[in-house]
Design a protein around this ligand. Structure first.
Ligand code: ADP
Length: 274
């Protein structure tokens, strides 16, 4: 009859409503757990350098250290701790912007070859300290134009090279290459012959604060946010990031970018007088 049909419809509606509410609550619970974990991680990350800095300052305030060079050494260490805090806060700021969609990309056409060369120059000293050679395949005498946010891509490349140095072997090599990929894409690879990553850790690498070797990585500094920032930036461009690694042999991080045309201004540059 009509009444039973209506009852059945009503029951279905109520069940659907209850099911939706349950899902909503589950989502909120997951988000809340995520938020708590994030805050927990942040305070944990901040604690170590803060205690370090406080320790050196208290020792200096105590006045018991008379040796000027020791005092200077302690001040230097305190300063290193503050520097670390600045990096962590900067990375946190970046990741928050990326996750809330507040970081707007400024896409432009630029030469990726030049950008890599600039990054090399910036990191040469850091690499040299570990006797690591940075190589960039010399076949690239021609510019390779891409369309992306240059500053953000520079950050991606820098983060990947810095990691290859941090987790690289003394006397090792980091190699960068750019290759044409299908259609209108290029792929940038950063390859090292460093410590490599065990298979079971690879899926978690891009998580915020995730570190394979807690103690080892901490000694190397960094916020544990580098790779998650890298992934966010690449995905914000609608591109992909890949990692391949063999434990004890080395790692390769690569990402794609959209190719573009040489910008018009470059063509219309006034001819240099001969
Ligand atoms: P971190 O500040 O710890 O370097 P990242 O997010 O940049 O944070 O990297 C996360 C972890 O991934 C590192 O702690 C390290 O264990 C591992 N990792 C990243 N890059 C490499 C690499 N090139 N070789 C080996 N391990 C790496």
């Amino acid at each position: 009859s009509q009444v039973t049909t209506d009852m059945a419809t009503l029951t279905r509606e109520v069940e659907k409503f209850a099911e939706n509410k349950k899902l909503e609550i589950e989502t909120l619970k997951v988000r809340e757990a995520y938020r708590k974990e994030f805050l927990g991680n942040v305070s944990h990350e901040l604690k170590t350098p803060l205690f370090t800095v406080q320790g050196y300052i208290l020792t200096l305030l105590d006045g018991a250290i008379k040796d000027k060079s020791v005092r200077k050494k302690y001040l230097n260490r305190a300063s290193k701790g503050v520097e670390r805090l600045i990096y962590i806060v900067r990375d946190l700021d970046m990741i928050t912007k990326l996750e809330t969609g507040d970081l707007h990309l400024h896409e432009e056409d630029f030469d990726i070859v030049e950008l890599i060369q600039n990054s090399f120059e910036l990191l040469e000293m850091k690499a040299a300290k570990k006797n690591i050679t940075l190589t960039f395949d010399v076949q690239y005498e021609e510019p390779i134009w891409v369309k992306a946010d240059m500053e953000r891509i520079q950050q991606v490349i820098t983060n990947l090279i810095v990691n290859s140095i941090k987790y690289g072997k003394k006397g090792g090599t980091t190699e960068i290459s750019v290759e044409n990929l299908i259609k209108n894409k290029v792929i940038v690879r950063v390859t090292d012959n460093g410590e490599g990553i065990e298979k079971e850790n690879i899926p978690r690498l891009f998580e915020r604060f995730y570190r394979v070797d807690k103690s080892g990585s901490r000694k190397e500094g960094g916020s544990g946010l580098g790779l998650s920032i890298v992934k966010h930036i690449i995905e914000a461009h609608g591109e992909k990031i890949y990692v391949e690694s063999v434990f004890g042999v080395g790692s390769e991080f690569s990402f794609t970018l959209e190719k573009s045309q040489k910008p018009a201004e470059v063509n219309t540059k006034p001819e240099a007088a001969e």
